[in-house]
Ligand binder design. Sequence first.
Ligand SMILES: [Zn+2]
Length: 447
Amino acid sequence: MNIFSSLLGMIRVSRSLTTTLASILLVTAGAFSQTSYAQTPSGTATVLIGARLFDGTGNTLIEQSTLVIRNGRIETVGAMSDVTVPDDAIHIDLSGKTILPGLINAHGHLNEDRSERPIRTKLAEQLRLYADYGVTTVVVLGVFSDEELVEAANLNDEQEQIALDRARIYVAGDSLQNLGTAEEARMRVNRYADAGANIVKIHITGSPNDMTPEVYGALIDQAHSRGLRVASHLFYLDDAHGLLDAGVDVIAHSVRDQAVDDSLIAKIIQQNVPYIPTLTRDLAQFVYESTPDFFEDPFFLRRVNAYREDIDLVSGADYQMQSRSPQRQAVKAALEQGSQNLKTLSDAGVVIAMGSDSGTNQGQWQGYFEHTELEMMVEAGMSTTQALVAATGGAARAMRLDQHLGVLQPGRWADLLILDANPIDDIRATRQIHSVWIAGNQLDNVP
Ligand SMILES: [Zn+2]
C-alpha cells in the first residue's frame, strides 16, 4: 500500500463526518438553498396531472396521466382515470406537456478547469449544467485525478440525503490502462473500491501497450470480488471478443473497425452486457473542421457561458486545422461503422444505454451533447421510443440503477424531464424543456 492509497482510505473513513458537516452547512445556509431551490414540504404529495407520460420502459404512452410524488419518490402513476389523488396533494396541471424520466448519461465525465476553485465546486457546477439540460444522472466513467475521485464519491454519498439541485453522480476511478501485471491490476481495483468508486473503467485501445487478456482478466475478477462491475473503452471487434471472454460487464463505446459478427452478438446477449454507443464522441473528432451549425442552436446557447472557453478553443484556426488531419477525418468512417453496429445490436435485442462521453475532450458538451446523441441514435436507425428507453430505463438497467431510477414506477425517485412537445413524434422535442425535476423538486432557474 502506498502513501496515497492510505490517504484515500482515511478520507473515505471521514466521509460520514463530512456529510454531517455538509448537512449542517445546508441548514444554516437556508437562505441560499431557498433562493436556488424550490422545496416541497416533506410528507406533502405533489400531483402532476394531465400530461402525456413516457415511463422509460418502452410501454405505450399514457395520453393523460396522473403522477403522485411524495418525499421525492413516485407514489402512484397511471392514467388519470385510474389514479386516486390523495386529499393533501398540491396539484399541478401539465396538460399538453410530456413527462419522461430524467435522462441518464451512462458514460459521461467531469473535468477540472485550471481555476483555483475547490474541486468539489467545479464538479458540482458541471452536474448542475447536466441537470439544466434534463440529464438528471451521470455515470462518470473515469476521473482525471485521485482528488477528483474522492470529491465525486463524496457527491455520490450525500445525494440521497440532501435536497438535490444537480444531477446524480456515479463514478469510476481513473480509466485503467497499460497495466503490466495482474498484481498491479488487482491493487488498483482495490484502491478505487476503497475510495468509494461505484464501477471500474478500463481502456483497451488496440495499442501494443494495452493490458493483456491475462491482466484485464485478473482486473475484472478482482472488481467482481469487490462487488464492482467493469466497463471498457474499446474500438476493435477483436478486443470486444477478448473483453467479453474475460467477463467484462459493460461495453462503453461502439465497435468501430468492422461490422459486429454473429458470435459477438451471441456473447453480448448471453452475458447480458449493455452497449453504450457514444456517437457524439466520434462526431467531436472532426466536426470542428468548420463552425458547426449547432453553435447557432438556441438550445446550445442557453448555457453558452459554461461552454464559452471551449467554443473559443474549437473555433480557433489551429483546432480547425487539427480537425482536418487524416487521423481525425478517418473517424468519419468509424462513426459510420459504429452507427451501423448500433442498429444491428439494437435490432438483436441488446440493452443499449445512451452515453455521450461528454466532458472528456474539448467540444464534447455536457448537457447539450446528450440530446445530439439521441438524435444520432435515431439517425442510426433506432426508433424514437428505443432511443428514449436507452436514455432512461435502458441506461438504468445497464448501470443496475433501475430499482431507483430511469423508470416512472412507484418507489423510484421522481427525477423528471418535462417537455413542451412529444419526443416520440420527433426526437428533437427533447430540446423543448418545460422543467426538470430531481427527487420530486422542480429545479429553479433552468434557462
Ligand atoms: Zn469516456
